[in-house]
Design a binder for this molecule. Structure first.
Ligand SMILES: *Cc1c(COP(=O)(O)O)cnc(C)c1O
Length: 378
């Protein structure tokens, strides 16, 4: 969106493309070939900008992508992205002609949906989703008749079959057992279909944690989302194959106004912060509409001049206030780092997400449309 250009000097996202490439190479070290890499770039590549990220991946000979919606897929095609694009989520049957026109792959969420799509009389390529225990999308792994019914449909050309693991991020014994069961049921189904002479096409079951914790699995694709961006979902996550990853995204803003408040004066809506002594307060032009959780009000911290400074008062829609009393030489225009490195300290996406009672995936994907992205390539 071009109007964002005018907001460049308000608050912004910095994307480090060298780190993106580093992560791709690191992740590839756990795979057999580049052909296995399916880059999950839904939700605007987890806030990183889907078109630009896909362009960089095309340059690295990665030609397989997954998105959540039809619009996300069309945006990639309209910008010249090459390769397979799988829509992981629901597309209304009335829009099926676009799937054909843009050479996309549609996930078949269950047999009822398959029938509705087939009735449209338009030929498309699909991947069948199989439910092995998450109970979100997919036909049940043991509903073989229903799965065969999908293969029988005239207009749906099955190019792949996949499942999704729901606790592959956990190394707890019971979670590992559950995951192993999911994997076993998936592979048994594939074998059954092969024995019945179906061409199952491309197989895939791992996402980032599926790869990091179950690297021995051998499928045609691995769906790589969060780890492509160099972060873990939570700061407590442990993984079996720890590879080096570098965070790709930083979130920055700047101080636009400084004010002195006296003892007992309050800051912001609801007067939730009261100065216990004289304070210097800075206003920063970023708020919850930009994706910063309001839960960080009076909780979180940001970085200024290489030091941690607390968020004070409630985070507003477009602004927040921070206490910079202890920072020497503080000035209007000073940079504020919300995610990223400042001097010797680092505020990780995992950490700020944890303080917001969520995971990195949510924080990144909710970074607002008002934040321009600045791409660095060193
Ligand atoms: C979002 C998504 C992924 C990517 O997951 P990460 O944990 O971010 O790697 C993979 N598969 C499906 C079906 C998804 O919806």
């Amino acid at each position: 969106m071009t109007y964002q250009l005018f907001d460049q000097k308000r608050s912004w996202i910095e994307i480090d493309l060298a780190s993106l490439r580093y992560n791709v190479r690191s992740l590839l070290s756990l795979m057999k070939s580049k052909e296995q890499f399916m880059a999950v770039i839904k939700a605007d590549a987890y806030g990183h900008g889907a078109v630009r990220i896909a362009q960089e991946l095309n340059k690295m000979d990665i030609y397989c992508f997954a998105v959540a919606t039809l619009s996300e897929a069309i945006e990639l095609r309209e910008n010249g992205i090459q390769g397979d694009i799988l829509i992981l989520g629901y597309t209304d049957p009335s829009q099926i002609s676009y799937i054909q026109q843009y050479h996309l792959l549609q996930t078949i969420t269950d047999v009822t949906y398959a029938l509705a799509m087939d009735e449209m009389n338009i030929d498309i390529d699909v991947h069948i989703a199989i439910d092995t225990g998450m109970h979100r999308l997919g036909s049940g792994y043991n509903e073989i008749n229903q799965i065969e019914a999908i293969y029988a449909l005239k207009h749906l050309h099955v190019k792949g079959i996949f499942s999704h693991l729901c606790v592959s991020d956990s190394l707890k014994e019971e979670d590992k057992e559950f995951t192993e069961k999911q994997i076993q049921h998936y592979f048994e189904l594939i074998q059954t279909l092969k024995n019945k002479n179906y061409n199952v096409g491309k197989t895939h079951i791992q996402s980032s944690y599926g790869l990091l914790n179950y690297p021995h699995l051998c499928c045609d694709y691995v769906r790589i989302g969060i780890s492509l961006y160099g972060v873990y979902s939570s700061p407590y996550d442990q993984v079996k194959s720890s590879i080096e990853l570098q965070p790709v995204l930083s979130l920055k803003s700047k101080i636009i106004l400084l004010r002195h408040v006296k003892m007992d004066e309050t800051i912001g809506y609801g007067r939730t912060y009261k100065a216990s002594k004289e304070r210097i307060i800075a206003v920063v032009p970023i708020g919850y509409a930009d994706g910063l959780s309001r839960i960080l009000s009076n909780q979180g911290y940001v970085l200024v001049r290489g030091e941690k400074v607390p968020i004070v008062g409630r985070i507003c829609m477009d602004q927040m206030m921070i206490d910079v009393s202890d920072i020497r030489d503080i000035q209007v225009g000073d940079q504020v780092t919300i995610i990223g490195k400042d001097g010797n300290i680092y505020q990780s996406c995992e950490n700020i997400s944890d303080e917001s009672h969520t995971i990195s995936n949510e924080t990144l994907s909710r970074l607002g449309y008002r934040l321009p992205r600045i791409y660095r390539d060193e």
